[in-house]
Design a binder for this molecule. Structure first.
Ligand SMILES: [Zn+2]
Length: 259
């Protein structure tokens, strides 16, 4: 039993204990090219949450990892079978109720550990600011290592590409579909441009209809992925994020927090 993981610990173990930081991971249920499981974002959120909380706990942080929310926003993925959507407004209500629960139980520092690009969570930080007794911190883990991306990986990954496939090969390889010759059962994750230059160059933003953008839901070439790259990614993530959790746990909630 890991006492920093709420789903595993028990009342006897936490009775009389206090926690400073709650980590709430968010996943999604959606296709990931032809080769990764629908639960990829859930597994990533679980794994990264566990690794960073374990490391922070070992260094004295009073941190508790909550169960991962397994559904996310999929409005633009719904042309693919069995993508499971929570609208942003619904997801915000779920997060708000959980934030209220965490604050009710006396914790004032909450980290949203997001694993799904379709979950746009900054607006809920803005909406709850000044209303909740707790301070919210948002981590989209896939942005944490932007400065190291090219050092570890050959290809950019938007969805089910080299980054996510490397994590899967390192941590849940039995769920990665392969051909008899050992190559991935995946297409090359190529994406199509829209008809508008302004959209393609990022001057104008849209929510991208995933069935028009991709062939089999993958956006990013997964074929250079390896377990070794996935392990390196995880090691760097743990180093950066566990450090933050330790600092956050130790930080006093004075009137200038977090400055
Ligand atoms: Zn994913």
């Amino acid at each position: 039993m890991r006492e920093w993981k709420l789903a595993e610990t028990n009342y006897g173990a936490i009775k009389g204990k206090t926690f400073e930081v709650a980590v709430l991971p968010l996943g999604a249920t959606e296709p990931h090219n032809l080769h990764l499981p629908y639960g990829t974002d859930i597994f990533e959120a679980d794994l990264i949450g566990e690794r960073i909380c374990e490391a922070a706990h070992a260094r004295g942080a009073k941190v508790i990892l909550l169960p991962t929310i397994p559904y996310g926003t999929e409005t633009n993925q719904m042309a693919f079978p069995l993508a499971m959507n929570l609208n942003p407004s619904t997801l915000f209500l779920v997060i708000k109720d959980l934030v209220d629960s965490i604050a009710h139980h006396g914790m004032r520092k909450i980290v949203l550990l997001n694993s799904h690009g379709g979950n746009d969570l900054k607006p809920i930080l803005r909406e709850l600011y000044g209303k909740s007794q707790a301070s919210l911190f948002l981590c989209n883990w896939y942005t944490v290592l932007a400065d190291m991306q090219q050092e570890i990986f050959e290809h950019r990954d938007d969805h089910a590409g080299e980054v996510e496939t490397s994590l899967a090969l390192a941590f849940f390889p039995e769920l990665v579909a392969k051909q008899p010759d050992g190559t991935l059962s995946a297409d090359d994750g190529a994406t199509k441009p829209t008809r508008f230059e302004a959209v393609n160059r990022g001057w104008i933003s849209i929510t991208r209809p995933w069935h028009l953008l991709t062939t089999n839901s993958g956006a990013g070439n997964p074929h250079a992925a390896s377990a070794e790259k996935g392990q390196r990614l995880m090691d760097h993530l743990v180093e950066r994020l566990a450090n933050f959790l330790v600092e956050l746990s130790e930080s006093p909630l004075d009137e200038r927090f977090p400055f």
